[in-house]
Design a protein around this ligand. Structure first.
Ligand code: HEM
Length: 258
């Protein structure tokens, strides 16, 4: 009996902490993506910076994958456990039912998982809608041009050649992630799909935050007064924050220069 309870408590904690990490990633991803509103150059600079930090990015991806797997396994374990309890009058039933809206959470969670698989095939691997995947943007490193100007005086004093001072090309090429996103979201079906998925994500987050706080033992009057509305606001921020991106592309508010 105690061993069984321990499994449940550990599962709920694993679920809460893996969920917290996933939420951290999603919040960072949202803030990064909102840079689409700043325009092509800043967004592509950000996207290419992420691609350039290879090992750090892979370390983050590995933790992300582990967190996602743990989150999925524990949610299925707890769901199966709940099904089992439905038939039996078990002593811990009340405890297990403490999770808010746990019935809908597993379904919104599975839909989000399906969305993430689609999303990776779409933007990360370029398998879906691949015609928009290979755009390149030409850019120049302004900082390099400025430091170059600063070096001229010193170079003149040392009688350096222009080639020695200017060994790198001034114009570079990088993946045009901005154009890829804009062109893809101009397809109303793609945008609609994303908008439904991120709305579900918002609902899932607001429910799961409330559930996680209960797991961590934060409940009672303080819970209903502060944590419940805060969870709803956070879910709304994430869902709404992602949703305005495809919506703004469809309305022509961003990407007009493409
Ligand atoms: C409007 C909404 C979104 C936009 C515009 C967007 C954009 C992108 C882009 C452009 C990439 C590829 C980055 C690159 O390889 O250059 C990406 C990767 C990714 N996105 Fe999103 N995303 C959105 C929503 C989401 C949501 C809601 C989730 C999670 C639920 C998510 C999870 C991921 C993951 C896991 C990756 C892979 C990260 C990696 O390769 O390290 N995205 N996203």
């Amino acid at each position: 009996m105690f061993k069984y309870l321990n499994h449940l408590v550990i599962s709920k904690f694993v679920m809460a902490f893996s969920g917290a990490y996933l939420l951290l990633f999603i919040t960072g991803h949202l803030i990064g993506n909102l840079q689409l509103f700043m325009g092509r150059e800043p967004f592509n600079a950000y996207a290419n910076f992420l691609q350039s930090i290879g090992e750090v990015l892979w370390a983050e991806r590995i933790v992300l994958i582990i967190a996602a797997i743990l989150h999925i396994i524990t949610s299925i374990y707890l769901k199966l456990h709940n099904y089992k309890l439905r038939g039996e009058k078990y002593a811990v039933r009340k405890y297990v039912k403490a999770g808010l809206n746990s019935r809908t959470m597993i379904w919104t969670g599975l839909m989000i998982l399906a969305f993430v698989i689609f999303h990776l095939l779409h933007f990360t691997f370029g398998v879906i809608d691949s015609k928009n995947y290979n755009y390149q943007e030409l850019y120049t490193k302004n900082a390099y041009a400025i430091s170059f100007a600063g070096d001229i005086e010193q170079a003149n004093q040392q009688s350096m050649s222009m080639e020695a001072l200017n060994p790198e090309p001034i114009v570079y090429e990088r993946h045009d992630v901005y154009k890829m996103v804009i062109m893809d979201f101009r397809n109303p079906w793609v945008s609609l799909f994303y908008m439904i998925a991120v709305a579900l994500l918002g609902v899932h987050i607001s429910h799961s935050l409330q559930s996680a706080f209960q797991t961590l033992g934060i409940s009672g009057p303080r819970f209903t007064r502060f944590i419940r509305p805060a969870s709803i606001v956070y879910g709304f921020f994430i869902g709404g924050g992602f949703l305005i991106i495809p919506l703004s592309v469809l309305l022509g508010l961003i990407g007009g220069n493409i």
